[in-house]
Write a protein that binds this ligand. Structure first.
Ligand SMILES: CC(C)(COP(=O)(O)OP(=O)(O)OC[C@H]1O[C@@H](n2cnc3c(N)ncnc32)[C@H](O)[C@@H]1OP(=O)(O)O)[C@@H](O)C(=O)NCCC(=O)NCCS
Length: 110
C-alpha cells in the first residue's frame, strides 16, 4: 500500500529541523528531516518501520523532501551522512561519495 507523505507544519522562524512523515492507515511508518543553515542543507534522520522496509517508502520520503528543497534552495549545497542502507539512494541521485567515517568506542579507564 502506498503511504501518504505529510510535511509537519512548523513556525517559519523556528530553527528546528523540518520533518516529513509517511502514513499508512493512520500509522506513522517512516520519517525524514531537513536542517537549513546559511550555506548548506542537511538531509538527516531517515527511518522506516522494519515491517515496511524495501517497499520504496524511504525513496518516496526522500523525493518529497527533495522536491521542497528544489522549490526553495536552488544553488545551495545539500549533504548527508549516510549509513549502508541510505547511501545507495544518494549515489543514485547523483551525490558524490566523500570520506567514510567509522564509529568507535571504549570504556573509560583510569
Ligand atoms: C535506510 C532506510 C531508511 C531505508 O528505508 P526503505 O524504505 O527500506 O528504503 P527503500 O525501499 O526506499 O530503498 C531505496 C534503496 O535504498 C537501498 N537500501 C535500502 N535498504 C537497504 C539496506 N538495508 N541495505 C542496502 N541497501 C539498502 C536500496 O538500493 C534500495 O533500492 P532497492 O530496494 O530498489 O534495491 C531503512 O532501512 C531504515 O530505517 N534503516 C534504519 C535507520 C537508518 O539506517 N537510517 C539511515 C540513517 S543515515
Amino acid at each position: 500500500m502506498t503511504p501518504i507523505v505529510v510535511k509537519i507544519p512548523s513556525d517559519p522562524d523556528s530553527k528546528e529541523p523540518l520533518v516529513w512523515i509517511a502514513v499508512i492507515k493512520n500509522e506513522c511508518v517512516g520519517h525524514v528531516r531537513l536542517s537549513i543553515s546559511s550555506d548548506k542543507i542537511k538531509y538527516h534522520n531517515a527511518w522506516v518501520h522494519p515491517n515496511h522496509r524495501r517497499k520504496g517508502i524511504y525513496t518516496l520520503l526522500w523525493e518529497t523532501r527533495d522536491k521542497f528543497v528544489k522549490q526553495n534552495f536552488i544553488g545551495k549545497i545539500s549533504y548527508a551522512w549516510c549509513k549502508s542502507g541510505s547511501l545507495p539512494l544518494y549515489i543514485k541521485k547523483g551525490y558524490t561519495q566523500g570520506e567514510t567515517c567509522t564509529y568507535v568506542e571504549k570504556v573509560i579507564e583510569p
